[in-house]
Design a protein around this ligand. Structure first.
Ligand code: VAH
Length: 323
């Protein structure tokens, strides 16, 4: 059986996708790939194969794909929105150069590809509420530009060369296993983590910044369900809108206080507030629900409860609470 390759395997999504795929197909069937070896405790079963490589190096990617007889690539390696604004050139090189390498290899080797798009493809002239699948797309960040450009590249490779590439426009993702890095929506994980540690939090977005969010178990489920769907039924190859719930920082703080009564959040918006203002507050994911049965399991209350439960366990295990 051909193997699965996950690039960006150490990232917030990658570390959990590797674990889910290894659970489903066996550890040796899933190859992780990133710039550095996996950190000891990122939830990734360490017995599986791992390769250090840069996705901008096509020859290195080709060698890994051939050596492990890879049939499917989950190409997650990317710089995110906030980091991207600090390093626009590198963001273009990694996000677009890496994707084109993967698509060209997929074309040559008949590989299947998953590639994450994002709500960052939307911009200030996009309808903010219940944002349609097909609408005005005018991203304001280099990250969003690479995600929209990547969507068009994926659609081209599918139509012109028949590459089976599939994509989701992820909202902000919330998880406890691997800390996110460089995203505008990362405030949510930081706030939950701080509350679990019994501390207050100062949010870098305004109290009213409403954004679409999703709990990681739903994001992983959506990814695997999309990749398992019959190709004929898929009407979108640029990136399906997928939504679960939306909240403002103030609403998240209120949800947290249901479990941590004394928790307090203050607000000191920085440059990331401008990025957030260009993004929708909710999306219309009717196409995903119709084409491949998308349906999230978690809402804000269920996510908050599960996150705090796991984060508090982590605190107790690390001995940093009750010490
Ligand atoms: C970011 N977490 O904030 C990512 C995501 C929708 C946001 O793409 O950049």
């Amino acid at each position: 059986m051909s193997r699965f390759l996950v690039t960006g395997a150490n990232g917030q999504i990658g570390s959990e996708l590797v674990a889910a795929l290894r659970e489903r197909h066996g550890a040796r069937q899933v190859v992780g790939l990133d710039l550095k070896p996996p950190p000891a405790s990122n939830g990734q079963p360490r017995e599986g194969p791992f390769e250090e490589a840069d996705v901008r190096d096509r020859a290195a990617l080709a060698e890994v794909i051939s050596a492990y007889d890879v049939g499917t690539v989950y190409h997650l390696a990317s710089l995110l929105s906030a980091t991207g604004e600090q390093q626009p050139d590198r963001t273009w090189e990694v996000n677009m150069g890496g994707l084109k390498n993967v698509l060209d290899l997929a074309r040559g080797e008949g590989l299947r590809v998953f590639w994450p798009s994002s709500i960052a493809v939307f911009g200030p002239s996009t309808p903010k509420e219940n944002t349609p699948q097909q609408t005005v797309l005018d991203p304001t960040t280099i990250y969003g530009v690479t995600k929209r450009s990547g969507e068009l590249l994926c659609r081209y490779y599918h139509r012109r060369f028949g590459v089976d590439v599939r994509s989701l426009r992820y909202p902000g993702l919330i998880s406890y296993k691997t800390a996110p890095g460089g995203g505008t929506t990362d405030y949510a994980v930081e706030m939950l983590r701080r509350a679990a540690e019994g501390e207050d939090y100062t949010c870098f977005l305004d109290r009213g910044a409403r954004l679409p969010m999703m709990y990681m178990p739903d994001a992983i489920g959506a990814t695997l369900d999309l990749m398992g769907a019959e190709g004929e039924g898929l009407t979108v190859r640029e990136g399906y809108n997928v939504g679960a719930f939306s909240f403002t920082p103030e609403e998240l703080a209120e949800s947290i206080r249901g479990h941590v009564p004394g928790f307090r959040c203050s607000y000191a918006p920085d440059e990331r507030q401008q990025i957030a203002e260009a993004w929708p507050s909710s999306v219309d994911d009717g196409a995903a629900r119709r084409d491949w049965g998308w349906a999230p399991a978690y809402d804000l209350a269920a996510m908050t409860e599960d996150m705090l439960e796991h984060l508090r366990e982590e605190e107790w295990e690390s001995g940093s609470v009750g010490a």
